[in-house]
Design a protein around this ligand. Sequence first.
Ligand SMILES: [Zn+2]
Length: 429
Amino acid sequence: MRGIKRLVRTFVLIALVSIVAFTVYNLFFFKPKVVGLEQLEKLPKSKDITLTVTPRNYVDLVKVTAHQGPREVILFKGRLPERTNQITFRVEPEELGLGNGPARIVVEVRRFYVLRESFEVQAIIDTEPPRVRIIYAPYVVRQGGSGAIRVKTSEDVDLYVEVGKVRFRSYRVSEDNVYIAFFGIPPDTSVREVIKVVAVDRAGNRTLIPLGTGIKRNRFREVTIDLTRREKFIRTKIYSLIGGNVEEMDFVTAFKKVNEELRRKDEERIREIGKRSRPERLWRGSFIQMPGSKVLSYYGERRTYIYKGKVISRSRHLGYDLASVRNSKVPAANSGIVVFAGDLGIYGNTVIIDHGFGVMSLYAHLADFRVKEGDRVEKGQIIGITDMTGLAFGDHLHFSILIDGHEVTPLEWWDPKWVRMRIEPVFSE
Ligand SMILES: [Zn+2]
């Protein structure tokens, strides 16, 4: 009997010691942390803040206060909601009587009603949205065409041009907040679309203004391509593009896979490469077209592919196909730096030259390259020779101009007058 009693007493004692040890351990070694404090560093006109308290054990109160001079304002005070360790609150400095300038934000986490941990953030309150003044903008831009703007803002901002869902970045060209941006009008953009300029300052205040540049309709050709007679040839092309065990795949499925899936993937890759432009102007004057070449197909062309009398696929042609004699020399359309020289799926062996400020030129279906990534090239320098690598049905050069990774018609860039009238003004102060 006494043995059992002693055993129970020992057990209870061990249990109590464990609970105390566990609690002490939790309290002193598992102090809560607050994740997301950096959101408080810049406070615009209105901002939703989400803070995560981790671990949430024993936390019974979270209090966030802002201190500015003698003023102290509560931004949040309350418990952590059930089953979550996050609190969300909105900060609107003007409503709280806080002025623009520095403020100290204190986040206090209380446990067991007595233990407090506090975290401090030095914040900058800026509720003033940036002012945006357009110095130069074109009056009108065609579908598939390009435009350039020069803008001055009241403070340092992230500025971009929005055309439908597509955003074109800008480049800051002077200390007093002058920005230039090049943009393109994707060929399927509605003529009713309003081109916008968006500026976001360091605190997150956003100003959006319509650019006032109109969009003019452009007629794109409709082209039907009958694959039936060329099935054998195309089959070998497709299979070399997909690779692996596609022999069992039927022709239509395989063609769609290349013309749609692979095309989309290659386009994404071009977009991504197109974002790596340098913030400086590397080109001069108009761009050159491959000499002695004849246009096989135009920018914006809508292609319908037919097989055995049925429409099986569609695509949009986003460059110019230029043909000359077999294995013609391909010159760089303008000066720049090679950002890509390699295999690019349906585009085959491809070179992309960065001309700076978001403008690039692309040369596809080449035989090989005379340049490599990082090379500086001069206007007219031979960068490769034509061939029919990738999804090309004959020897030609596929040539595109990219703006921030989006294809635009090269026609304008080949035209010295257009370059002088529409592009040069953004560089003059
Ligand atoms: Zn082409």
